[in-house]
Design a protein. Sequence first.
Length: 355
Amino acid sequence: MAIHTDKISVEKSKTSKIGNVDFSNLTFGREFTDHMFVCDYEDGKWQNPKVIPYQAMSYEPSARVFHYGQAVFEGMKAYKDDDGKVFLFRPKQNFDRINKSSARLAMPAFPENYFFEGLETLLKLDNEWIKPGVGNSLYLRPFVIATEPAISASPANMYRFMIICSPAKSYYNSAVRVLIAEHFSRSANGGVGAAKAAGNYAAQFYPTSLAQQKGFQQIIWTDADTHTFLEEAGTMNVFFRVNDKLITAPTSDRILDGVTRKSIIQLAEDLGITCEVRQVTVEEIKNASKDGSLKEIFGAGTAAVISPISAFEHHEELFEIAEVEDSYAKKFKQTLLNIQHNLSEDKHGWRREVK
């Protein structure tokens, strides 16, 4: 049975899959909720926004996304507090960024009212999938693909915007070991590194698999020109703590403007921690490790929140990072989780309640 709100058509699922899900033993991104949001771009406009049961879709083999990679996405989370209230964390940042990513791939901007009404309608329908408790969340994946059936090398005239949801627990449960990139690059000047383009991640898989064969879980990417500047860690922004100072690379054509990244920079200011946003070299961090001033390295992103790094290798030289008692990574992670789960003051107005 279809229900119509002011803008969004809703078709409820006849049955729920939730009883088949073991929420205490989730593998990230494998289970999906009962509903999804879809909206199509045709005849020069976005139209027919709707929430429907989660289902497979059929596309022509000539759909442009399969041939030219016009696909962008976002990563967000919904949280539930102990009173059953549901919150999003800085969702306007994700909305703005998916349209920035779309513009870089010559895709049409998505309307803000459709985005938020569709998202909140979806979360209300799948409310039971959002479990309370710190560490629990519902991961949200908005994305856009080119659906026009044509294989000429030009931007499509038809697209589909979608949001699917997946219950999640902690992404990385322990510190990771990383390899510093010496040959492969994540992105280049003038490229699409600042966009969340699907192809960015596909290009990371091969060099990451080589690192994993050597016993490392991820790569710290370096600049494409010289491989001397440290930029991102795997699919996350990366922070370095040298003595009591925090350092992270500036955003650019190559580096994603992460929501967690900018939140940590603000939290550092709130906590009186010096945070330098500047280029940081491989040699600087190697020397800091050798003289004992390197205290921590951690990645920051929506899925993992914060992922500590316990060792890195460069030019076959391994550097171990001992745990510190006053860990910035732990402090920032707990502070963020407390804000996201409505356990502490939100003085920057980052929480958005889904009412």
